[in-house]
Design a protein around this ligand. Structure first.
Ligand code: GDP
Length: 141
């Protein structure tokens, strides 16, 4: 039996500024991810700190949260079999220098921080991240 899984992805401010929204969403659809919910918004520095709380204390935390609150982002709830791991494959490595050909980061990322896209890395993280951006009724599908 196929088990559907949900994941949270963010098209980051660098990719929005580079007019990559359409291309990235096309990649999701071409690869079989179903878009359950989607919104464009700008988060505050405080909200970025809450979202990335797991990275508090890392040397890049201030810079990352400045970046993530620097402009519009697009957040999407995606659903597919094995969505979490397969979206991360489609994203490519955190550092675009190591990203494989054909991945979103290979095409759109500028550097290890301005790397175009976020994707949940585990089931528990996905639950937290989905509920960070979407209310229950928005995902009741
Ligand atoms: P991801 O799961 O591939 O997004 O990577 P991580 O969870 O390790 O890091 C979260 C985000 O922090 C990354 O997507 C980058 O935007 C940023 N980041 C990670 N490592 C570094 C780093 O060494 N330097 C800087 N400046 N940013 C980083």
């Amino acid at each position: 039996m196929k088990t559907l899984q949900r994941t949270l992805t963010i098209i980051k401010p660098d990719a929005v500024r580079r007019n990559a929204i359409g291309d990235i969403i096309e990649q999701f659809e071409k690869n079989g991810f179903c878009i359950l919910a989607m919104k464009m918004l700008q988060i505050s520095k405080h909200q970025a700190e809450q979202f990335y709380a797991v990275h508090a204390g890392r040397p890049f935390f201030t810079s990352l949260t400045d970046f993530m609150s620097s402009g519009a982002i697009v957040v999407l709830a995606l659903e597919r079999e094995n969505a979490i791991a397969d979206l991360r494959k489609l994203m490519g490595a955190t550092n675009p220098a190591n990203a494989e050909e054909g991945t979103i980061r290979k095409k759109w990322a500028t550097n290890i921080e301005h790397n175009a896209i976020h994707g949940s890395d585990a089931e528990e993280t996905a639950r937290f991240e989905l509920s960070f951006f979407f209310a229950g009724y928005e995902l009741a599908k």
